[in-house]
Design a binder for this molecule. Structure first.
Ligand code: HEC
Ligand code: HEC
Ligand code: HEC
Length: 428
């Protein structure tokens, strides 16, 4: 009894202490507005460096809703608690960050606090950007302040229930924010360390590839285990990678820069956007990221068992899904059948792509429905969208057929859900 009471008192005291600390941290002073710095007051080389870094960080990806108004915000980011709108980060003084000093910008990137002292939501990946070095923050600031100012306020964010109360973010930060640059690991090469700093920091790869806990924070114990993001599946990038061909440094470099790995597949959906941004980042930075992930994936099954001979169980698949076999012959074979002109250009067979090898059908279904636009710098037949040409039943059958024909893995149990979710996403 006594011990139980003590425990309860102890827990209550600890919670009260946590709350007190959180409240102390929740309050942050406003940082004084400044007159917008003149564009020519920034060093050109610094601005150019900032541009490359902004590509790595996909700043424009989230902060642009209308391509004619780059960085002016307004794009809605879905979270389990409601939509968070990306703000205007052009140097407009009234509605953007034109009045933000370097100090105010640095505090936002390192600690997720706006110039007026308000907490920002972690849909803005400051839990990653906190690892960016001071010199790189200088460069990013110089780049942002020399963009074209565009007036226009993004819609206000109103999250559900208690999550609408921004000071609560302070408690989240207490648990999840590991502030400042990461210490280098002396056991690893300088490329590896640079790659890790970029991947964990600016490029925030874990933002999609790491599963989140119930409060929306990345679960570091399951770093890069793979996660659903906006109806797509960002597959594992560690020893759990389901790829059937090894992801080497060279293959990763090519994939991240061009959006296509000839030994795997093309980058579809959100990853297509990431690779388009990376195609404009600096070569050595993308190479470093590739070194880091090649090392994380060096224990994956494919590293031991490279399936260089693509699986093709055509007879079995046709027998199991006769209707889908006819569909495939009519709609897909012209590009994907072994020996088709497209395949003769050195495109990867469907058997090598992770979409068919992963534990769920989301990426296969989404790719068939949406098709694929041409990745950076490549001219090729693009894959048309089949969303309006195939009904739900045909989509399910065709997806099951691909899994059986081009992999030796068990059938997916969840194709129906994946199709349903993709149709709902389409309707939104
Ligand atoms: C994954 C999407 C995403 C990416 C990538 C992203 N941001 Fe943001 N950012 C947001 C969202 C959402 C907000 C608003 C958060 C809120 O309202 O609480 C925001 C807010 C900000 C703010 C605060 C502005 C204000 O008005 O309060 C700054 C500064 C900022 N971002 C800079 C950047 C920079 C620089 C980059 C690239 C290095 C970047 N962001 C990349 C989503 C993103
Ligand atoms: C906005 C979400 C998002 C971000 C950020 C992101 N990824 Fe991805 N990634 C995905 C999705 C979704 C896929 C699956 C795409 C497909 O099937 O074509 C993917 C696929 C990949 C693949 C292919 C894996 C395989 O086995 O086929 C690699 C490699 C990869 N990402 C690396 C990265 C790296 C490195 C970063 C950081 C620079 C990154 N990703 C950032 C969403 C993201
Ligand atoms: C006009 C050519 C074309 C047609 C027709 C086509 N595709 Fe594709 N498909 C592509 C291209 C290009 C890619 C990107 C990967 C590549 O280059 O190999 C792709 C990628 C895919 C992927 C992603 C996995 C991977 O290896 O990249 C799947 C799954 C897929 N196609 C299924 C289908 C199915 C099913 C059909 C028929 C309903 C179909 N495709 C019809 C051109 C086509």
């Amino acid at each position: 009894m006594v011990r139980g009471t003590r425990l309860v008192v102890g827990v209550a005291l600890a919670s009260a202490a946590l709350l007190a600390v959180a409240f102390a941290l929740a309050w942050n002073p406003e940082i004084k507005a400044i007159a917008r710095p003149a564009a020519d007051s920034f060093d050109r080389a610094l601005v150019a460096e900032g541009e490359g870094l902004a590509r790595l960080g996909s700043c424009a990806g989230c902060h642009t809703a209308d391509p004619a108004r780059p960085l002016a915000g307004g794009r809605a980011l879905a979270t389990p608690f409601g939509a968070v709108f990306a703000t205007n980060i052009t140097p407009d003084v009234e509605t953007g960050i034109g009045a933000w000093s370097r100090e105010a910008f640095g505090r936002a990137m390192r600690r997720g606090i706006a110039r007026n002292g308000e907490h920002l939501y972690a849909a803005f990946p400051y839990d990653h950007f906190t690892h960016v070095s001071d010199g790189e923050l200088d460069a990013l600031y110089a780049w942002l302040m020399t963009r074209r100012p565009i007036a226009g306020r993004a819609p206000a964010t109103h999250l559900d229930g208690v999550f609408g109360f921004r000071p609560l973010v302070a408690a989240w930060n207490l648990l999840h924010l590991n502030e400042g640059p990461l210490p280098a690991d002396p056991a690893q090469s300088s490329d590896w360390n640079r790659g890790r700093a970029l991947a964990e920091g600016l490029a925030h790869c874990g933002g999609c590839h790491t599963p989140r806990d119930s409060l929306g924070a990345e679960d570091k114990a399951r770093a890069y285990d793979g996660a659903l993001t906006d109806g797509w599946y960002a597959p594992p990038l560690n020893g759990r990678s389901p790829a059937v061909r090894p992801w080497t440094t060279d293959r990763l470099s090519v994939y991240l820069r061009t959006g296509l790995s000839p030994a795997h597949a093309a980058a579809a959906g959100p990853m297509g956007e990431v690779t388009r941004a990376l195609s404009e980042a600096r070569d050595e930075d993308v190479h470093a990221i590739a070194v880091y992930f090649a090392s994380l994936m060096s224990q994956a099954p494919a590293a031991r068992l490279d399936q260089a001979e693509p699986i093709d169980r055509q007879a079995l698949a046709a027998q199991t899904y006769p209707e889908a076999a006819t569909l495939f012959a009519g709609a897909c074979a012209v590009c994907h059948e072994p020996g088709a002109p497209m395949m003769q250009q050195g495109r990867p067979p469907l058997a090598w792509g992770t979409p068919l090898q992963a534990d769920n059908a989301h990426n296969a279904v989404r790719t068939i429905m949406e098709g694929l636009t041409s990745p950076a710098g490549l001219i090729w037949p693009t894959m048309p969208s089949f969303a309006d040409l195939l009904d739900d039943h045909q989509l399910r059958e065709l997806t099951a057929y691909l899994r059986t024909r081009f992999t030796d893995k068990p059938p997916w149990p969840d194709i129906g859900d994946a199709v349903l979710q993709a149709r709902q996403g389409e309707a939104r």
